[in-house]
Design a binder for this molecule. Structure first.
Ligand code: NAD
Length: 416
């Protein structure tokens, strides 16, 4: 998407810093930086105007050493193979850090869903699934929602796959509607993980979360739930933005009212409970905590020096370029890296997959209790690693992940 940096190059740079500290074997280094499989498909769709359009779709399985590939599917005009590959790599490290038995995958289709009807989106989704059907499945690769895809998209994927298999196969995707095998708590899980890791980070840096001020970039699934749950533990969300604009209120935004507003207006812009401001100045605000929860490459060489926050909790994937990250770390800003901060989504996806396979479903309290446990454990493991290696949390997160995947790769040995 917006790029000062190619996302895959950013991933490689982050990987290299950690691999060097770890003294990673050069052969394993090569294995762990090459995608296992990259699939490109063309998806013809009959549009509502009677014309045929052909959309390009991708599915990348970056590494499946720990288990089936896991990762979302993104619909966006700027989707490209490098980006999907980087996102699939990040999923690999994220699953390893979260301690769940999945590898990393990601998918995307180059399209602009804002200009497409529900019927066109359904046709595109079903054709994409038909094209990649041989490569996905509960034991192979389990997609989930990402930017511009949702529970309905997952329902279409599950149905298309099930029709091909001749049997209802709920465990082929996660993030499904609850009525058809989705998990309680999944919709909120990524934001809940952001809240949990932010709370733990605040404890670590000695910031009282009660009354701490927060600015959130992006008010979609991740941003809105993060804002809501941070408010519920006492933090004060004073600014939020989305693609259309920003709204701020120094006394704290009423997030419940803002959620109702965005339900109706599809944007935070125009919300009467605060004043409008330029969405691109969100990271300059004088707040304790920043939550980038929109897209990648948002904290860059252009704006990192303007950051005043003590904590940056990366709800989005890849929101901070390596250069900006390095500068923030040098200045003592505590960055909770994406592969830790937003791992709540994939962790609860794992719970959903487990429940589908058992055919036995847990109550929401059970899901949230297990998520809390996994996120706190992951946070502490990464923090202890950062202290042990005297490094930042991102490098530490990579060290934890690389170590796990490298150990299993070594144990499994080379098949040839
Ligand atoms: P979403 O489509 O629900 O929300 C994205 C939000 O970002 C929207 O509010 C959009 O208006 C806003 N946005 C777009 N451009 C913007 C800009 N320039 N400035 C401010 N806001 C802007 O997507 P989501 O599911 O919330 O995902 C957001 C990020 O979190 C992505 O990087 C995604 O990969 C990552 N993520 C999502 C999940 C999940 O479970 N949904 C899990 C892990 C990571």
């Amino acid at each position: 998407m917006s790029s000062e940096h190619n996302a895959f190059e950013s991933m490689l740079e982050e990987f290299s810093g950690a691999a060097r500290l770890l003294g990673l074997d050069p052969g394993l280094w090569k294995i762990l930086t090459h995608p296992k499989r990259q699939i490109i498909v063309s998806c013809p769709v009959m549009m509502d105007n009677g014309q045929i359009e052909v959309f390009t779709g991708y599915r990348v399985q970056f590494n499946i050493t720990l288990g089936p590939a896991k990762g979302g599917i993104r619909y966006h005009p700027d989707v490209n193979l490098d980006e999907v590959t980087a996102l699939a790599a990040w999923m690999t490290w994220k699953c390893a850090i979260a301690g769940i038995p999945f590898g990393g995958g990601k998918g995307g289709i180059i399209c602009d869903p804002t200009t497409m009807s529900a019927r066109e989106l359904e046709a595109l989704t079903r054709r994409y699934v038909a094209e990649i059907a041989d490569a996905i499945g509960p034991d192979k690769d389990v997609p989930a929602p990402d930017v511009n895809t949702n529970a309905q998209t997952m329902a279409w994927i599950m149905d298309t796959y099930s029709m091909r298999m001749g049997t209802t196969c709920t465990a082929v995707v996660t993030g499904k509607p609850i009525e058809m095998g989705g998990s309680q708590g999944r919709r909120e899980a990524t934001g809940r993980g952001v809240m949990i890791t932010t709370r733990e980070a605040a404890k670590h840096v000695g910031l009282d979360i009660n009354g701490a001020t927060v600015a959130v970039q992006g008010f979609g699934n991740v941003g809105s739930v993060s804002a809501d749950l941070l408010t519920k533990i006492g933090a004060k969300v004073v600014a939020v933005t989305d693609w259309k604009g920003g709204v701020r209120n120094a006394d704290g935004l009423d997030i419940t009212a803002l959620l109702a507003w965005t339900d109706q207006h599809r944007t935070v812009a125009g919300f009467p409970g605060g004043e409008a401001f330029d969405r691109d100045t969100i990271f300059e605000l004088d707040v304790d905590i920043l939550v980038p929860a929109a897209l990648e490459n948002q904290l860059t060489a252009k704006n990192h020096h303007l950051v005043k926050a003590k904590i940056v909790a990366e709800g989005a994937n890849g929101p901070t370029t390596p250069e900006a990250h390095q500068a923030l770390f040098q200045r003592g800003v505590f960055v909770i890296p994406d592969i830790l901060a937003n791992a709540g989504g994939v962790t609860t996806s794992y719970f959903e997959w487990v429940q589908d396979r058992h055919g036995y479903f847990w109550e929401e309290g059970e899901v949230n209790r297990r998520l809390e446990h996994k996120m706190v454990e992951a946070f502490n493991t990464v923090l202890e690693t950062a202290q042990k290696y005297d490094t930042d949390m991102r490098t530490a997160a990579y060290i934890v992940a690389i170590n796990k995947v490298a150990t299993v790769t070594r144990l499994r040995g080379m098949y040839a």
